[in-house]
Design a protein around this ligand. Structure first.
Ligand SMILES: [Fe+2]
Length: 307
């Protein structure tokens, strides 16, 4: 029997056109990111070294801190917030935890928490992503208390252990909500970025001496100090993810967090430069923007290929 070859040819043609369109999108995303971040980079050159020093490490130490290097994280009750409170932390790129934000504000996140597709690997990071999400009361709360818009939202879940210490691509500030589980967190003041050795990732710059096991933390002992603490269900953490190194290790199986990226331009020059002319990064961001599926990610693969 002779098969009609036309459908095969059409299929092949469509696939070639699809690949070509994808490459064009990647190219425009790379050019767009470079055009946005290169001027910001020029504006922020020297910024990190001109930020006022932290208060003397001795005055910021947490009581009983092991090794004497832990800075005390400020924890604020949501009911005690004044409109200027969080803006001060944002201006200083200093992390702060907010407790007891009314839980009904987060109900809207159920619309951004699809069921995990069958056959999904159980030991990987699962990412569901939304650009310009509609978050109703939560957006209003964030605007009132922080004065910023939510540009992007991602849900992280899955049975992975943790991630590299890194600074995220794309200028933004992180409003981080824990819906399930518990995590150990490390955040480094941006004033110490110049003391560490970074690798170029596709969506971050990462600390070369770190790994994802949580046992290779000697690099933290080479800087004057850092914040370390736990977050748990219901907590909100506000921090500058595009200026401060951060590392999260899961303490419970399959936690679920929502990271809301707020419009913010005060990033580290390290990550701004990393995003310029970054073809692998552009391909990754294009996949995010156009796939609409749950992403599966190996957190140990941070440099070359995303998956
Ligand atoms: Fe991050």
């Amino acid at each position: 029997m002779v098969l009609n070859p036309l459908p095969q040819v059409l299929k092949k043609g469509m696939s070639v056109i699809g690949s070509g369109l994808h490459l064009i999108r990647c190219f425009f995303i790379m050019v767009g990111l470079t055009m946005l971040e290169l001027p910001l980079l020029l504006l922020t050159l020297g910024r990190e070294t001109s930020i006022p020093d932290l208060p003397p490490a001795s005055s910021m130490k947490e009581e009983g801190a092991i090794g004497g290097k832990h800075f005390k994280l400020d924890v604020i009750e949501a009911a005690d917030l004044a409109p200027e409170t969080l803006r001060g932390y944002v201006k200083r790129s200093e992390p702060v935890m907010i407790k007891n934000v009314p839980s009904q504000m987060f109900d809207v996140l159920a619309n951004h928490a699809p069921a995990v597709p069958p056959g999904t690997p159980e030991d990987k990071l699962l990412i569901d992503q939304y650009t310009f999400p509609k978050l109703g009361e939560m957006s209003k709360w964030i605007m009132h208390n922080i004065g910023k818009r939510v540009l992007y939202l991602a849900r992280f879940s899955g049975g992975y252990k943790g991630g590299y210490a890194h600074i995220d691509s794309f200028p933004s500030y992180n409003f981080y909500y824990v819906r399930r589980g518990r995590k150990k967190v490390y955040i480094v003041p941006r004033q110490y970025n110049c003391l560490l050795n970074f690798g170029k990732g596709y969506d971050s710059v990462f600390v070369r001496d770190d790994d994802t096991s949580g046992t290779k933390l000697e690099w933290l002992e080479t800087i004057p100090g850092y914040w370390t603490f736990e977050v748990e269900e219901g907590d909100v953490l506000l921090f500058n993810n595009s200026a401060c190194i951060h590392k999260f290790m899961n303490l419970t199986h399959n936690p679920e967090i929502f990271t809301m990226r707020l419009a913010h331009m005060d990033s580290s020059p390290l990550t701004l430069w990393n995003d310029c002319f970054n073809w692998t990064g552009a391909k990754y961001f294009t996949d995010i923007a156009f796939s609409g599926k749950t992403g599966v990610r190996d957190t140990a693969s941070i440099e070359g290929k995303p998956y």
